[in-house]
Design a protein around this ligand. Structure first.
Ligand code: HEM
Length: 468
């Protein structure tokens, strides 16, 4: 139920327009889901991070410990004692920030990720830095995005974004299908960043955790939970919020008296210790690690389905993939794989594993992979980048000449506040504005305008790595 604090509220046609504190109340009359729990001794370990398939990385006195959903519990040689932010990808690979630099842990060794000096001191990351696309770092100079061979600084209204503290990850990636990245600046502002706009949207000084979600965002400010985009407070019958974590599809919220979860609707999670966990680390295989004083417990509503070979919200160019599917505590012997709702393959499950050596992933754009066995399903979204490699010189420069050139427009050496788009560098520096102005149809301001095919060519060049 949504209730408005009506004291100073101005309603227009039932819509809250001013001075309204929107509050969503979640009672104990919501659906109940029962979790199955598996616990191991904590032995003083601290959670570093969790991988999309549930591998939990822990910092211990003797090094780095990794727990997995099949009951694996081992110490790896990774020396992450100095790491401030760790993004694990599986049981042996991770990206992390240490000493103002970006690092990868892979094949038993740590390796610095070379960044242009102009990026500055790294504070936080989202996405896998080895990927060419969909990687952001928050630094003492602002927000930077890796795209192809380039790291680009994000700006708003012509000014670079302020120095940053955190950039929030979603299942390890930087954002979901809505391409929104959440960035916390040094000055205490929370920025919502997307191709269309970049703007501060909330005061982040009390912000503890934030999770981008399907159609919105969930943020914990101390003991208060807020859901965006309208930033309404959520009052849970269990009382104050003590921990929160989530994925694109499920939010986990621990209160002083009970655990709640939100997928499309709220539910209460039963089957857990009455004491709330101090920390929650949720992962994309629809489970969560709960940290209690003496033990670490993995809670799951349904037996996990693990997907190896493709990561949630991965942006990739390759159109086929070798997939390994692992089924923890399942009894079925067949898995059905579908893309965007259409069945594309079925695979035999042997010893809890099924393999698809060469799965075709479809065409350019967003896709949803579904792995179903019995009544259980795992969904994973990914983005296929355009295959065709277009170059500025061959594909874009002629379009510039036809549609944007000239002194009165975009140069060379245009007047006024018009950007010079007569060079590759000019397009490189403004590709996001070019994309949004072309898609908005506000550029060119007059005829002639590019045809649909020409627009596609420009978008393919932009998303295909913007080759010179
Ligand atoms: C496909 C061709 C064109 C592209 C890609 C293009 C792109 C852009 C972009 C990205 C901006 C905004 C810059 C910013 O936000 O910082 C802009 C602004 C502008 N463009 Fe274009 N443009 C094109 C054609 C033209 C033409 C033909 C004219 C002149 C008739 C023109 C006149 C202007 C003017 C006056 C502005 C500044 C005012 C505004 O932002 O609307 N453009 N253009």
């Amino acid at each position: 139920m949504i209730r408005h604090e009506l004291a100073t509220c101005v309603l227009l046609g039932g819509m809250a327009v001013a001075g309204c504190e929107r509050v969503e109340q979640v009672g104990d009359d919501v659906a109940v889901e029962t979790a199955s729990l598996r616990c191991v001794p904590r032995d003083g370990a601290t959670i570093l991070g969790v991988a999309p398939n549930g591998e939990l990385w822990l910092s211990t006195a003797s090094g780095t410990r990794v727990l997995d959903l099949a009951g694996g519990d081992r110490t790896i040689a990774a020396s992450l004692g100095d790491a401030t932010h760790v993004l694990p990808w599986d049981a042996s690979t991770a990206s992390f920030v240490a000493g103002d630099a970006l690092w990868s842990w892979r094949d038993g060794a740590r390796e610095v990720v070379a960044l242009p000096e102009s990026v500055g001191a790294v504070r936080d990351l989202c996405g896998a830095p080895d990927d060419e696309h969909g990687v952001f770092v928050a630094t003492d100079r602002g927000l930077f995005e890796r795209d192809g061979r380039w790291w680009w600084q994000w700006s708003s209204g012509g000014a670079p974004l302020p120095p940053g503290q955190r950039v929030f990850s979603l299942d390890g990636a930087c954002g979901g299908r809505d391409d929104t990245v959440w960035f916390e600046a040094d000055d205490g502002e929370l920025w919502q960043v997307s191709a269309a706009s970049a703007a501060p949207v909330a005061d982040a000084r009390e912000l503890t955790d934030l999770v981008g979600r399907r159609g919105g965002v969930a943020a914990r400010f101390g003991s208060t939970l807020r859901l965006g985009p309208d930033w309404r407070d959520v009052e849970l019958a269990g009382g104050e919020v003590v921990a929160m974590s989530g994925t694109y599809r499920r939010l986990w919220v621990a209160t002083t008296a009970g655990m709640y979860s939100r997928t499309g609707a709220w539910s209460r999670i039963d089957g857990l210790p009455t004491t709330p966990p101090a920390t929650i680390a949720a992962h994309a295989a629809d489970g969560a690690w709960l940290a209690y004083d003496d033990e670490l417990c993995h809670a799951t509503i349904a037996p996990p389905i693990l997907v190896r070979g493709l990561r949630p919200f991965e942006r990739r160019r390759e159109r086929t993939v070798e997939l390994e599917l692992a089924f923890v505590d399942h009894t079925e012997t067949t898995a059905i794989v579908a893309l965007d709702g259409a069945e594309v393959a079925s695979a035999e499950i042997a010893d809890g594993v099924a393999r698809l050596p060469e799965l075709a992933l479809g065409n350019t754009g967003w896709h949803a992979l579904s792995v179903r066995t019995g009544d259980h399903e795992r969904l994973l979204d990914y983005y296929l980048l355009p295959g065709a490699s277009r170059s500025w010189a061959a594909d874009i420069e002629p379009l510039f000449q036809t549609y944007c050139a000239g002194g009165a427009c975009h140069g060379p050496a245009p007047g006024g506040n018009r950007p010079d788009l007569s060079t590759y560098e000019g397009w490189q520096a403004r590709y996001a504005q070019i994309r949004s102005r072309l898609l908005a149809g506000t550029m060119p301001p007059t005829d002639p305008r590019p045809t649909a095919a020409e627009l596609d060519a420009i978008l393919e060049w932009i998303e295909g790595g913007r080759l010179p």
